[in-house]
Each structure stands twice: as structure tokens, then as C-alpha cells.
Write a protein that binds this ligand. Sequence first.
Ligand code: TYD
Length: 219
Amino acid sequence: MTGAFIAVEGVDGSGKSGVVRHLIAALRARGHDVLGTREPGGTPQGEALRGLLLAGADDAWDPRAELLLMTAARVQHVARVVLPAVAAGRIVVSDRYAGSTLAYQGAGRGMDEGLIHDLHRSMVDDLWPDLTLVLDLDPATGLARSRRRLAADAIDEGRFESLALDFHRRIRDSFITQAAAAPGRHALVDASGPPDTVQAAALAEVERFLTFDPERRGR
Ligand code: TYD
């Protein structure tokens, strides 16, 4: 059996977590061996870094330190979780991956994208998912949704949500640009509709990929 690496990206509040849960459940129901994971996180060390990265004030981290810690969490995740699972024939579904670094640390925080690409090449051997779903949504809508959720759940992961709308517009534009630059391994999903619709559209893209593009799978 050939493994696959699928990532789901999007602006805050794009319904990404619900899409990830839906994909995992639907693929399992179809008999696939699926590993759900996330970034930053996905390993005990990465989850500890996530706690440090997402708590506190918006400017708590120097952008360079933030980039290195995101990358450190990714190295651990790729080496210890993603690659072994794909090699074992599993389908890995990751809630965010390196596209988020280009978007948030690059377009958002202004870190040099060449540097981010260099780090990505040297640290994870330029590993990109076989398929990246980009949940596309106007950030104003996404922010309103995610503020409601954080308040309702009393979660202290609001550091990134508290940033200005302009920041989130750059994030969205970066994801669209990334998808346009490598259309063979991206699918743009309209995330403006109700959760059921968005989740069904995301699953349809994954099924299309698994059915029609087996040659893109398995690294
Ligand atoms: P996530 O839990 O997906 O947030 P949400 O569900 O609210 O969208 O991700 C946490 C935050 O981490 C998110 O705001 C984006 C940020 N992030 C980066 O800045 N760089 C990265 O490389 C990754 C993976 C995430």
C-alpha cells in the first residue's frame, strides 16, 4: 500500500479543524489507515513548543526565534511521525504544515521567504505534502468565527488571532500564491459556506487525489 501526506491550511477560523476531523473519519470509514496530526505539534516535543509559541502577547517572540521554533517542531514531526507513517503505507493528515510558515512567518511577519525555503530544504529535505488543501476565506469572516470559538472555549491560543486584519489578508494571499505556484500539489477549497459544504468539498478533493493521481503519492 502506498502512503500519502496531506496537509490542510487556511486562515484562522476557516473551519480547518472541522475539515481535518471530517477527512480523518471519512477516510477511515473507507478503510484507509489514517494518522491525524498537527503543526506546530504532532510529537511530545512539538506540542511543548506549540504551548510556548501560541501563548502570550502577539509580540512575545522575535520573528526569527518564532521561525526557528516552528521549524524545530517540524523537523521532529517529519522525522519521527510523518515519514515513518508514510513509509508504513499510512495516510497522514496534518492540520497545517510548512505552507503556514511561508504564510505567517513570511508574508505575515516579514521574514525573508528565501530564508524560509532554505531552512525547509536543509532541515526537512524540502518535503512538501502530496496534497495541500487550502481553505480559502475572507479573513474578516474567519476572524469573527474564531474569536467566537476562543471566547466560548476559553482557550489561550489567541496570540495569532489578535493580530490585525491586514496581517491575515497577507496570510490569505500567501496561501493563494503558494497554490498557484504549485497547482499540482494544491487544491483551493472555498471555505465561505456552512461547515458541511466545506467539509464535503474538501473530501471530494482528497478523493480525487487518491483516485486519479496515485503517481503523486508515496515519497
Ligand atoms: P491552528 O491551531 O491551526 O490555529 P487555528 O485553528 O486558530 O487556525 O494553528 C495555530 C497557529 O500557529 C496559527 O495561527 C498559525 C500558526 N502557525 C505559524 O505561524 N507558523 C507555522 O509554521 C504553523 C504550522 C502555524
